[in-house]
Design a binder for this molecule. Structure first.
Ligand code: ZN
Length: 256
């Protein structure tokens, strides 16, 4: 590694330490977590979370979304969520997105990681975050789904030995209005043509998969929240039309 690279890496790790507080702080109550097996959430908050109906309902069951997959007609993609869009998860997602608490991608990524293991994910995966529009990402300074994708991939690799990489395979060409409250027809029109596949990355992924290098197989399409599901369906459709057949949609929470 050259000295320039070393300095860049040092600066990056310094920045990371600033953004992420010391290990072991519970994101719900702020207390320090002493349990080594579950270092992300304290025992009391974990019990409260597991007991909340919105969390329990989603933890064991997967749903699915129907979408149009090009020539192959209507298809379904499994949808895996940690819980419903209600507190305490809603509060964590809000703090991550709107109050710049980027370190919360760690405990939320850990929840997603455990949820995917429960769902039986063992094969190599490519994790594709749902992109924000460029203007939105510039204003916010980050894409929360990309932070979650990086965290999830790292957990799958380090803790479960599963070949996982985050990949910005999708591009968003325009900002879309929030989907909640729009009638179905407008929701669909709102997202049609908003996304496309990054051609060079797509070719690289397919080539690597065909020669048995790097994770091939399943694509996990990742978002922080699924509201109406229209965005996830459109992204699934774009990926399927580009030849990515094995898709799983995942999100921290889903609006009831
Ligand atoms: Zn706690």
């Amino acid at each position: 590694m050259g000295s320039g690279q070393r300095i860049a890496r040092l600066m990056l790790s310094g920045l990371t330490n600033l953004l992420y507080p010391a290990d072991g702080q519970c994101p719900f109550c702020g207390r320090f977590v002493t349990c080594l097996r579950f270092p992300d959430i304290c025992l009391d908050c974990r019990r409260a979370l597991l007991a909340s109906p919105g969390f329990r309902n989603h933890w064991q069951q997967s749903g699915s979304l129907r979408f149009v997959g090009g020539d192959r007609g209507e298809r379904t993609v499994p949808l895996i969520c940690c819980g419903e869009y209600e507190d305490p998860l809603q509060d964590l997602v809000h703090r991550l997105k709107y109050r710049n608490k980027t370190w919360l991608s760690r405990p939320l990524g850990a929840l997603l990681w455990r949820r995917l293991l429960v769902a039986g994910v063992t094969e190599p995966v490519v994790i594709v975050p749902v992109p924000l529009s460029r203007a939105r990402e510039r204003r916010r300074g980050f894409n929360q789904s990309a932070l979650l994708a990086a965290e999830l991939a790292s957990r799958l690799r380090r803790a479960s030995g599963i070949d996982a990489v985050p990949c910005h395979l999708l591009m968003r060409h325009r900002h879309t209005r929030p989907q909640v409250g729009l009638p179905l027809e407008k929701r669909v029109l709102n997202v049609v043509g908003a996304f496309s596949v990054h051609e060079r990355l797509a070719q690289r992924l397919k080539r690597a998969a065909s020669i048995g290098e790097g994770p091939g197989g399943t694509i996990i399409l990742l978002d922080d929240v699924v509201t109406t599901g229209t965005t996830m369906k459109e992204c699934s459709s774009v990926l399927a039309r580009a030849g990515f057949e094995r898709l799983v949609a995942a999100a921290v929470c889903r609006l009831k």
